[in-house]
Design a protein around this ligand. Sequence first.
Ligand code: GLA
Length: 415
Amino acid sequence: MSFHLSASAREPRPDTAFFAEKQAMATDLQQTLENKFSETFGYAPAIVSYAPGRIEVLGNHTDYNEGYVLSAAINCGTFFAISPRTDSAVRLVAGDIMAEVSFPVSAPERSEDHVWSNYVKGCLAGLNAAFGAPERGFDAMFLGNIPLGSGLSSSAALEVCATLAMAKIRGVEPAPLEVALIGQKAEHEFAGVKCGLLDQATSVFGEKDHLVMSDFRSREFKPVAFPSDVCFLMCNTHAKHALVDGAYNERRECCERAARFFAAALDHQVSALRDVSWAEWLAHRADMPELDAKRSAHPIGEDGRVLAGVEMLREGDVESFGRLMFESHDSSRNYFENSCPELDTVVDAAKAIPGVLGARLSGGGFGGSAVVLVRSRDAEAAAAAIRHAYAHKNGDRCDTRTVVCSGGARVVKGA
Ligand code: GLA
């Protein structure tokens, strides 16, 4: 996908030439997509939807353990343009590489060759299951500006905007939570990643200038005001994001095994690690297989940090909040082992930089991006210092940019 900046991108300028080069307003990206659509299909799209990527701020690998997360929708995302056809065919085009797939609307099947199409096909399968297969197919194209593999959830953004647009043309309106669930199911069944609901839910429920506080047991998603004098830097290490390679699924299995252990060991109901306190973990860790003990410490500790972090934000205590982010990264590094040397370089460097309050990996881990909380007035200097430290240690480029907490997914044309 290409890398224009989107919508709420009236932000302080991005910090590197890399992003500066790509900067354009969301309307440009939407316009580019509509132009490409018209050139390809010979007419303008009837409906265009948009869904943002996300950053995860606190609460790592807690979503599928029925726990808590603080996250935010960001000012990068994906547009999806669509129009109905008169026959039952679907023509789907990836607008960045201009690759096309065709298939019957009633039978979207997983593709080995065009892996990118699976996210959309999975959502179509979900809509067909919920609302019945429509008679008429559609022409569709998508285009986004979320760097692929950067840990900013480009796949969830695609799932969410595709679901919104494909629902709209068939005249149905799934509830926001259902949109997120359809995206998650596509990820499970068509992409092979047993992800939680965090990425899709944040893309759906994001709000401008707010974090999203998610409770993945009750499935409540609440905005938490984000202070205006601090901001986030995303630092993309370009290290490999190994979700589909099974590391993510393996961590999830470990957590589920640990939950079963605690269910047998504790005298209260445990249906997920959410139900286990830190004190209980400490009391029982020696009785568990060592690896399961280590892994389960992470989501259990993260739940506590999210709850504490929400209170700190309410009290305006951003310094303590930042310290929780550092603790979260240490827990990833030591217990969950989903960090990597590249992410550690960013976080370690950030600790010594004036104005930086906290830093941690964001999302699945094993590469991708680190998120850094910094005083806005120091953001540019901090970004330069992180890039410098990264190049010095890893001999490679780390891209940084300021991220703005932005609004969630919506239909932007033909609503
Ligand atoms: C990925 C998954 C999410 C969540 C995070 C880790 O982004 O898609 O569901 O588990 O990792 O918190």
